[in-house]
Write a protein that binds this ligand. Sequence first.
Ligand SMILES: Cc1cc2nc3c(=O)[nH]c(=O)nc-3n(C[C@H](O)[C@H](O)[C@H](O)COP(=O)(O)OP(=O)(O)OC[C@H]3O[C@@H](n4cnc5c(N)ncnc54)[C@H](O)[C@@H]3O)c2cc1C
Ligand code: FES
Length: 282
Amino acid sequence: MSQPSQTETSIYSPRPCRLLSVNKLTPQDKLFRLQLRDGSELQHQPGQFIQLSIPGLTDAPLSVASSPTRNGYFELGVRKAGILTSALHRLQPGEQVGIRGPFGRPFQLDDLRGKQLLLIAGGCGLAPLRSLIQYCQDRRDEFATVQIFYGARSPQDMLFQQDLSAWQTGGSFNCRYTVDKKPVDSCFDGETGLITNLLNDLQIDAANSCAVIVGPPTMYRPVISALRRLGLNSEKQIMVSLERQMRCGVGKCGHCTIEHLYCCQDGPIFWLEEVEHLRGAL
Ligand SMILES: Cc1cc2nc3c(=O)[nH]c(=O)nc-3n(C[C@H](O)[C@H](O)[C@H](O)COP(=O)(O)OP(=O)(O)OC[C@H]3O[C@@H](n4cnc5c(N)ncnc54)[C@H](O)[C@@H]3O)c2cc1C
Ligand code: FES
């Protein structure tokens, strides 16, 4: 019998990975840096996800939070949600997990190149978007202006705070963030209010702009309305990321469908025009 190819192996059976480091991002989120045990690169593209497994537990989809331009490792920003993610949060550097993938349709980089980018994330959505932001940072010449907008519930829910400060001061991007509510005694120096407040006063060249939105379902419609007011339309100007419960990750089990679309293969990244008319998509 012939041996399965590398591609078949990474789709159906988990490849062992070593945890290089674990860092706390918020009280419920951690950043995991991993390396494939055979030393190879993950070879993902920004926006793709992997299925992470720990022996004895069901695997879970997690977006890659680092750019493929950073060699020798990949990173996952993971919220403690249930059984698998709690077990992952208990692991220490040096321990092993399994991963299948990378899977899914990534951000369409060819359509973003040369454009003025509005990269908009809410809550955990900053994890997948960070992969694209790092890519833009490392290939800065390929893109026109890059503006980052991030909204979180409170200062202590904000992911990647060190990155946000670096993006704000590094000179490559315009980066603004806001929290829904700020505790009275907080020393948080960002803005307060919904993420749409950050978009209302923007001056952009709408015809040459592209927006990417990754966040909780409640964020999509108001943000899309704000972008339309700025002059962007659905046709190849607004990309969205849609997350659904997933099992196989490879278009076999049907867990992730939105009407005729399989989120695991046709997405998770879609052009708005592909999904806005589908029931329950946004
Ligand atoms: C494409 C994709 C990318 C994702 N990327 C990230 C990421 O980068 N970081 C991150 O922290 N989380 C991410 N998630 C969500 C993550 O997959 C779930 O939090 C995880 O599957 C929960 O597994 P668990 O065993 O810990 O929880 P469980 O014990 O299975 O469930 C705990 C709770 O989480 C809910 N849940 C379970 N599976 C999912 C799911 N696939 N999507 C949403 N909610 C779910 C359950 O309904 C339940 O309420 C992503 C999901 C998708 C579909
Ligand atoms: S997760 Fe199985 S078909 Fe998409």
